[in-house]
Design a protein around this ligand. Sequence first.
Ligand code: PMP
Length: 432
Amino acid sequence: MTIDKNAQLFERARQVIPGGVNSPVRAFNAVGGTPPFIARAQGAYLWDANGKQYVDYIGSWGPMILGHGQADVVQAVQAALLDGFSFGAPTEREVALSEAILRLIPSMEMVRLVSSGTEAGMSAIRLARGYTGRNKLIKFNGCYHGHADALLVKAGSGLATFGASSSAGVPAEVVQDTVVLEYNDIAQLEEAFAKYEGQIACVMMEPIAGNMNFVRATPEFTLRIRQLCDAHGALMIYDEVMTGFRVALGGAQSIYAQQLPGFQPDITVMGKVIGGGMPMAAFGARREIMEKLSPLGPVYQAGTLSGNPIATACGLKTLELISQPGFHERLHAQTGKLMAGIKAEADAAGIPFCVDHQGGLFGFFLLPELPSNYDAVMKSDKPLFNKFFHGMLARGHYFAPALYEAGFVSSAHTDADITSTIEAAREVFKTL
Ligand code: PMP
């Protein structure tokens, strides 16, 4: 009998780590079964503890846009390691990375580097509140911005009831200023601005929501948020932790600016790709907003490992490589081939299926048409998704283990990888 090392490791992990994982979705609670323990990765592939190979469509949930172990990135990290792991003092590389980010995202004039998307989102809200002198924060049902207390809020039933905390350990007072609205619902948004006149510090959103699989904000919704923020002196926070440098070199904001000339958010939150797989995130805005941050201004924010020299080396090389002309166009085309191919197989098998993608980010739904908000996403057939997921995993194709998570393609995914995934999908659809 062969020993299942994944199962053995999961058992061992569960003794010492809650649920056996250091971030919940990795535990496969949504889809059931034992998660593979990853031993190593290269290019578009992962290998688990049993030595089984997978085509990786998670890419560490976004950072690995160049695939794993890209040679130039590895070299940059190796060189940086020899200079020292962390100094707790300023370095040239963090200046260079900041300059590189600002060149690519014109809505930002200054940026601060932090170590996780959670930290960046939490700091952006504090900055918006400090800058406006107001407390209320609008977010949208189904968007995820990290696990800061004020953001762990369930949607209430309309505006009459405040959202309750979605996590134990978060006092009601901490979420009393968080208003949760439906994504893409302009009427609700207008109602909220009327109801909380002069109290709203910021509206925070994922421009393309990767935490409800893949749902685009409509241009009309985006424009209305911009107009209402301007009219009421609130700040618009774009959480581009997932979309930044992935859906386009200039992020989702560059795509919306094509449809809404001159469009810019006030504050942008970034993570994932800017660290190339090392712990790195950032938030940035116009100078006058960023100058409210300590040590210049009254809004406190800090971090021992912020701007870490290894992470900045990894991020800088990653940004340099993805800035090559045509990079995102090729990635968009490759992701499109994957989506079109899987959709054609679903159609042939008579399974309701729809897809969307932008750059190296994709979503597919076991639904007849694309959803526009969280409730519509959750109408997907969960048992069917779980069967599809496990069928693909067994055949060596690793998609996100929950129907509300997006998928990721890297520049390392070859035509042969995409074709093999489409062929596997054909087999799996026959079994559904
Ligand atoms: N914002 C978005 C849009 C995200 O997708 C995530 C993580 N998936 C975060 C924020 C939080 O980032 P982190 O996990 O690095 O704290």
